[in-house]
Design a protein around this ligand. Structure first.
Ligand SMILES: Cc1cc2nc3c(=O)[nH]c(=O)nc-3n(C[C@H](O)[C@H](O)[C@H](O)COP(=O)(O)OP(=O)(O)OC[C@H]3O[C@@H](n4cnc5c(N)ncnc54)[C@H](O)[C@@H]3O)c2cc1C
Length: 338
C-alpha cells in the first residue's frame, strides 16, 4: 500500500514534491503558512531562468544534471515556459569576462554585433560579442506555481491547507503511518543548522519601448545582472547575491545598481515604470548544493539556493524514489546528518 504523504510548504519545492507523489498515486496533504501562491515564499520572487549551461560557469556539475532533468519536466508542466535560449553579453571593457565565461561553459554559439542584432533587434549595435545558449529556457514563476497548484487541486488525491504555520514540536516527528516532506525553505533552519540565507533583490520594470525574446545576462565584475522578459511589457531585473537573511527591504544601493545596469543594457529602461521592488532570501547549504536530508520518515528537501526552479522537479523525483522505493541517490541524499 502506498504511504500517506504530508508536504510542508507551497514554494516550488513543496509543489513539485506534491505533484510527483500524486503522480505516483499517493494521497497528499500540503500544509503551508502561505496564503496560496503569494509573495510570502522565496519562489514568488525568482527570475524563472532555466539555464543549466550558463549556471555551469560557476556551479557544480550536479546542478547541470538536475537542471537538464528539470528542463524536461517544465516542458511538460509549465505553459508559461519559453524555449528561446538565453543570451550573455558584456560591455566592451568587460570582454575578458565573456571570454572566460565561454571557456567555462559549453553548447553556446558565439555571436558578433550583427548576429546579436538578428537575435534581439532592440539591442542591435550596442554589443560587439555575445554568447547564445539555444537550449536554455525561462518561465514565469508566479504563473507556473499557480498552474501547478490548480492542477493539484483538480486531483482527488490532493488536499491543501493554507495559512497554517506549523510549530517546531509538530514538525519534529513524521505523521502516524506516513511520511512528511519538509519544504519550508529558509524557515527550516531551526532543524537544519547548516542552512544559511543568501539575500536576493529584484525589480519588475514595465516599458513598451523595448522588446526582448529571451533572458539577457550582462556580465560585470561587480554588478552582473540578468533581465527576463515577461508578458505585458514587463521585465524582471535581478538579482543581487548578498550573504544575509534580512528579507525586510531592498537597499537603495542595490536598486540603484540594478537600475543602472538595466539602463546600460538599453537607455529605454530609464523611462520604464518601476512596478515592483522585491527581496527574499535563498535557502543554501554551505556548498550551495541542494539536499534531501532524511530523519526516519521525515525528509527535508532544501538548499535550492539560486536554483529553485532549475532543480526542484529533479529533487522531487529523488524524494519519491527515496520514499517509495528506498533508492538513495548519494549525490543528493544526506542520511546521517544531525
Ligand atoms: C531574487 C531571486 C531571484 C531568483 N531567481 C531564480 C531563477 O531565475 N531560477 C531559479 O531556479 N531560482 C531562482 N531563485 C531561487 C529560488 O527562488 C529558490 O531557490 C526557491 O524559491 C526556494 O524554494 P523553496 O520551495 O525551497 O522555498 P520557498 O519558496 O521559500 O517556500 C517555502 C514555503 O514554506 C512555507 N513555510 C515556511 N515555514 C512554514 C511553517 N512553519 N509551517 C508551514 N509552512 C511553512 C512558506 O509559507 C512557503 O510556502 C531566485 C531567488 C531570488 C530571491
Amino acid at each position: 500500500m502506498l504511504p500517506i504523504i504530508e508536504i510542508v510548504g507551497s514554494g516550488v519545492a513543496g509543489l513539485c514534491c506534491a505533484q510527483a507523489f500524486v503522480e505516483k498515486g499517493c494521497q497528499v496533504t500540503l500544509r503551508s503558512a502561505s496564503n496560496g501562491i503569494d509573495e510570502s515564499c522565496c519562489s514568488w520572487w525568482a527570475g524563472g531562468m532555466l539555464a543549466p549551461w550558463c549556471e555551469s560557469e560557476s556551479a557544480e556539475p550536479l546542478i547541470f544534471r538536475l537542471g537538464q532533468e528539470s528542463l524536461r519536466y517544465w516542458q511538460q508542466h509549465s505553459q508559461s515556459m519559453h524555449s528561446g535560449g538565453s543570451l550573455v553579453l558584456a560591455h566592451r571593457r568587460d570582454q575578458a569576462d565573456i571570454r572566460q565565461f565561454a571557456q567555462r561553459t559549453t553548447d553556446y554559439q558565439e555571436l558578433n554585433r550583427d548576429q546579436i542584432g538578428e537575435l534581439e533587434p532592440d539591442i542591435d549595435g550596442r554589443f560587439d560579442l555575445g554568447l547564445h545558449y539555444p537550449q536554455e529556457a525561462h518561465l514565469n514563476p508566479r504563473e507556473t506555481l499557480q498552474a501547478l497548484l490548480d492542477r493539484l487541486l483538480a486531483s482527488e488525491l490532493f488536499t491543501a491547507v493554507f495559512n497554517e504555520r506549523l510549530d517546531d514540536q509538530y514538525l519534529q516527528s513524521a505523521p502516524d503511518g506516513g511520511w512528511r516532506i519538509d519544504c519550508r525553505g529558509l524557515a527550516a533552519r531551526d532543524s537544519l543548522s547548516d542552512l544559511r540565507g543568501v539575500k536576493g533583490e529584484m525589480l519588475i520594470l514595465e516599458t513598451a519601448e523595448i522588446t526582448l525574446s529571451r533572458p539577457v545576462r550582462v556580465l560585470h565584475p561587480r554588478h552582473p545582472i540578468y533581465i527576463v522578459p515577461r508578458s505585458n511589457d514587463q521585465f524582471m531585473v535581478g538579482a543581487t547575491m548578498i550573504e544575509s537573511d534580512d528579507r525586510t527591504h531592498a537597499s537603495a544601493r542595490s536598486v540603484m545598481e540594478l537600475l543602472s545596469s538595466a539602463y546600460a543594457l538599453h537607455p529605454a529602461f530609464a523611462d520604464a515604470a518601476i512596478v515592483q521592488i522585491g527581496t527574499d532570501v535563498r535557502p543554501a547549504f554551505t556548498d550551495n548544493l541542494p539536499r534531501l536530508r532524511r530523519r526516519g520518515q521525515l525528509v527535508y528537501v532544501n538548499g535550492l539556493y539560486r536554483h529553485g526552479f532549475l532543480c526542484a522537479p529533479a529533487m522531487a523525483q529523488r524524494a519519491v524514489s527515496l520514499v517509495l522505493e528506498g533508492n538513495i541517490d548519494e549525490e543528493v541524499v544526506d542520511e546521517n546528518h544531525d
